[in-house]
Design a protein around this ligand. Sequence first.
Ligand code: SDX
Length: 392
Amino acid sequence: ETDHFTYDPGFTSTGSCESGLTFIDGDKGILLHRGYRIEDLAANCSFLEVAHLLLNGELPNKEQKAKFDHDVTYHTMVHEQLSNFYRGFRRDAHPMAVLCGVVGALSAFYHDSTDINDPHARMVASFRLIAKMPTLAAMAYKYSIGQPFNYPKNDLTYAENFLHMMFSVPAEEYKMDPVLAKAMDRLFILHADHEQNASTSTVRLAGSSGANPFACIAAGIASLWGPAHGGANEAVLTMLNQIGHKDNINEFIKKAKDKDDPFRLMGFGHRVYKNYDPRAKVMQESCHEVLEVLGVEDPLLELAMELEKIALSDEYFVDRKLFPNVDFYSGIVLKAMGFPTSMFTVLFAVARTTGWVAQWKESIEDPQAKIGRPRQLYTGPTERPFVPLDKR
Ligand code: SDX
């Protein structure tokens, strides 16, 4: 505690805003969006119903759902000139690097929805971001593998459309499996929002200066990319591949516990959950379902389950209440569906855009909102006399 402010590195005990979107009880492992359990939403809703809930406060009735689906779907295409922007990137660029660039560039294409003081412009920007993210993400993938971009198809659902844009080629349409489309949709729901995590706080902080929504979401994407946050889903798969075999698990557990070793078990631990992440449970079930439908036996799933079992019976992880988080099983689902590892965090970004946008809108509409401006503990030299260049 200083005279004027509290020192709180990592903001472990700082509430930065009021929000009516998402509630987490970390000790009980409960996650609610506007009062509804994540498990219920994942089992019974479409992703766009959850997006409606987050943005507008209530689950839509049939008419509201049809209107909301239409309002989002209307914006799925991106400005044709934006495709030139992709062509400036190296083909081997990480798709998250590409996404940071193209989403930031949206404000250069959609001038008519950048006025944050106009409620209609805020709504249009929100629809545009939610609608265009799958298109932009799929374009990043297509560019990386040298295939032509696919235009969206608005008679498909949000998840189906994404699968189509990712995997259809002019010579052959992607064969849509309803179970896989549902799994994709569920994965989007599970990642939609999670209160004041690093990327959402970044979006709010960027927005607090009055920056336009496209720029704010680009800031969120950059923050999400790190392996301690959304980049963990990619890191989990890399880690499982490195472990390679059940016999090597103990060696990696030992490394994760060693304070002199930077290695940590990816997909384990959470700032807020000190009990099982409820999303990880749904994701694990989804994982079994997807592998069964595809008839895939992925030894990485066996390995992940064994790793979880061993870690959860180890004193170190038990004492620190380190459980699998949402990212632990998602990579195995995505891999089975044909997504390359480098796209995993991109998928997280597609889903989280809804939460970012809803939180950005809430913050702009908050009468108490102020520019975010943390203080610091200064650790540099005290005041000293200036030394001219020839005396240094
Ligand atoms: C997401 O915040 C959100 O809501 C994020 C998210 C969302 O939906 O937005 O849920 C998505 O980001 C999930 C988290 C994905 N990240 C990972 O899976 C990476 C591995 N996990 C960690 O690096 C870590 O657990 C964090 C970043 C998730 C949480 O970090 P904290 O809250 O700062 O906790 P900490 O690092 O201070 O850890 C407390 C103790 C430490 O040990 P001690 O110093 O007390 O002895 O637990 C240890 C840590 O070393 N620890 C781990 C560990 N995670 C924490 N030890 C081994 N392996 C781990 N994974």
